[in-house]
Design a protein around this ligand. Structure first.
Ligand code: NAD
Length: 297
């Protein structure tokens, strides 16, 4: 069993840390937020007051933080304390450039590192069924696999440093665009007088089939577990979808990739979030699309 320091005990980090403890690992957590610390105490997660206390003597350090700047900041603090050889696993969703920089800094301090963002949301974090997309060396991946296995079901080694983040934003680029496409189809169906369940029955078994339709259908009814049946409670918040689409656009710009639909999807989500929809599930985008088209006759 490993000795683990865990930094960032928010919506995702707290249940992930709880699953590591349940698997028998020794874990000490840290978070800057009083609310997160209170939640962690409620879940009987041992806490340290500072990040360096949390990672002292740790064999593995896991970070689950909101963005790349914070990850680099926390890496700077913990790399000053961590023993060379300590494995750093960053599970946050961050930009590819910061992820690569974090690898370089860990490398310079003699610590192997992995970028290992997740998909599966809070539900997957609680159930221990997350998917991990991992970037880093084969060797670091092999030593992390049993640890990640306590928090997830599917663990994919995507390639060298930064590849996990690249896989994450490419996947969510598909998801953001496809949810808008599915929503447009249901809104057009409504306006044409086509029943939503008829469209679902056809599209879910035809070439329109996709995850946004069959798992997260944006209209209530066809998929009982989808957020549309629960007041669009996330799920996966629209603000997080906007974050991931923005990361994909930054990456596309620096890599010189054309992502015209991704750019448009980011813009549609940006307006939705600015109009107060950020904490709704991202499938609530259908409510913005349902607004009348000013060009209609
Ligand atoms: P969150 O805001 O609930 O948790 C982040 C935690 O980090 C907070 O508790 C915050 O106080 C803490 N934190 C910030 N700065 C810190 C510091 N310097 N030291 C210690 N703690 C610090 O966010 P979340 O929903 O748990 O998401 C975490 C990451 O996972 C994000 O990168 C997000 O994009 C990604 N993610 C989230 C979901 C989801 O459904 N929530 C799904 C997949 C990926």
């Amino acid at each position: 069993m490993a000795k683990i320091g865990f930094i960032g005990l928010g919506n995702m980090g707290l249940p992930m840390a709880a699953n590591l403890l349940k698997a028998g690992h020794a874990l000490t957590g840290h978070d800057v937020s009083a609310q997160a610390r209170a939640n962690a105490q409620g879940a009987t997660i041992p806490l340290a007051d500072t990040p360096d206390q949390a990672v002292r003597d740790a064999e593995i350090i896991i970070t689950m933080l909101p963005n790349g700047a914070l990850v680099l900041d926390v890496f700077q603090t913990i790399l000053a304390t961590a023993t060379p050889g300590t494995l750093l696993i960053d599970c946050s969703t961050i930009d590819v450039a910061s992820a690569r920089l974090a690898h370089q800094r860990a490398d310079a301090a003699g610590c192997p590192a992995l970028d290992a963002p997740v998909s599966g949301g809070v539900g997957g974090a609680i159930a221990g069924s997350l998917t991990f997309m991992v970037g880093g060396t084969e060797r670091a991946f092999a030593s992390a696999e049993p640890i990640l296995g306590a928090m997830g079901k599917k663990i994919v080694h995507c390639g060298p440093a930064g590849s996990g983040q690249a896989a994450k934003i490419c996947n969510n680029l598909i998801l953001g665009i496809s949810m808008i496409g599915v929503s447009e189809a249901f809104v057009l169906a409504e306006k044409l007088g086509l029943d939503a369940s008829a469209l679902f029955d056809v599209a879910s078994t035809s070439s329109g089939q996709c995850w946004a339709l069959t798992s997260y259908c944006p209209v209530p009814g066809p998929v009982p577990s989808s957020p549309a049946n629960h007041g669009y409670k996330p799920g996966f918040a629209a603000a997080l979808m906007l974050k991931d689409l923005a990361l994909s656009q930054d990456a596309a710009t620096s890599a010189g990739a054309q992502t015209a639909l991704g750019a448009h999807a980011a813009e549609i989500y940006r307006r939705f979030v600015e109009n107060g929809g950020g904490s709704d599930d991202f499938s609530a985008i259908i409510n913005a699309i349902r607004r009348p088209n000013p060009a209609a006759q």
